[in-house]
Design a protein around this ligand. Structure first.
Ligand code: PAF
Length: 306
């Protein structure tokens, strides 16, 4: 489908988190209409968004708060690229407006966030975005796009609409490489394995991800992957190779060797971490399926106590 033949929606990005800011900047650069929804009127003063690194952007943006949502056109595509623990509040703050949304794109590390609330939405609206882009914020206005990654998007409930929405080429052109996926659950579990292995271990070591190349971490990395594979197999009812998960983990450790991962960034900034949606989620699902998860459970508890 050529870009000219696509009806462009309005894009609504909730917050100015790193991933949302990168996408918003890229969409604006492609001439798209992007609205940022911020928490308080104080935040939404005429705002200049700056993105540096792999995206170079500096321009005023359109901002709204809960009070001016009526100015956002219906049939917009909403993007919630927030921390897993922020998702429930972010969704409930915009409940009525979301009923008019064309699609709602969700992106966070881990699984299991705001599940009850998401079940109340029309299942054909809900899209998951798995991404390996790296970013961090100098300030709410200024994001550093530190790692050029890729994206996979797909409907959370693959039927009845397995094909990509008409706006898909606009997203894919703005932030390539991006792939439409008809079974996004698989991608989400693979990313879960990566985050369960890397984030808590590097966070406890208080070191960049590359530290995990040292021999003393190999046993725990392997154990995390074996447990995630067993829980994933039980949950999705299909065979899962722990060694493939481990190979992906090793590849991401190498590719992001210099990164301070998001969990360590959260701990250093004294913010809540996403551990309940990572190793805590594996622990919870393991109990449901009677699959033992001792290493994930230990890492969940250790990070909770930091
Ligand atoms: O959470 C993160 O920091 C990232 O998902 C990853 C891939 C582990 C790189 O640091």
């Amino acid at each position: 489908m050529s870009q000219a033949s696509v009806t462009a929606p309005s894009w609504v990005i909730v917050g100015t988190g790193a991933v949302g800011s990168i996408l918003g900047a890229r969409l604006i650069q492609q001439g798209q209409s992007v609205h940022f929804v911020l928490r308080s009127p104080a935040e939404s003063q005429p705002m200049q968004l700056i993105v540096t690194g792999h995206t170079e952007f500096s321009a005023p943006i359109k901002t709204h708060t809960a009070h001016s949502l009526q100015l956002i056109p219906p049939q917009a595509v909403w993007v919630f690229a927030v921390k897993a623990w922020q998702l429930e509040d972010a969704l409930s703050a915009h409940g009525p407006a979301l009923q008019q949304a064309q699609h709602i794109i969700i992106s966070h590390n881990g699984l299991g966030a705001a599940e009850a609330m998401l079940q109340q939405l029309n299942p054909t609206q809900l899209i998951d975005w798995v991404t390996t882009h790296g970013g961090w914020r100098h300030s709410p206005q200024h994001t550093e796009h530190s790692g050029l990654g890729q994206s996979w998007l797909g409907f959370r409930h693959s039927s009845p609409r397995p094909t990509a929405p008409t706006w898909w080429p606009l997203f894919a052109n703005a932030l390539p490489p991006a792939e439409w996926h008809t079974n996004i659950a698989l991608r989400r579990w693979h990313k879960l394995a990566i985050n369960c292995a890397i984030n808590p271990l590097a966070a406890l070591a208080n070191a960049p991800n590359g530290e995990l190349q040292a021999p003393q971490y190999q046993g725990q990395l392997q154990a995390v992957c074996e447990e995630v594979a067993a829980v994933m197999a039980a949950e999705l009812n299909l065979p899962v190779s722990a060694s493939e998960l481990l190979a992906q983990v090793q590849q991401v450790i190498q590719a992001t060797a210099k990164n301070i991962n998001s969990m360590l960034q959260d701990l250093r900034a004294q913010r809540p971490t996403e551990i309940d949606y990572l190793n805590g989620f594996v622990h919870k699902k393991g109990r449901q399926h009677k699959v033992p998860t001792p290493v994930n459970t230990m890492l969940w508890k250790e990070i909770t106590q930091v």
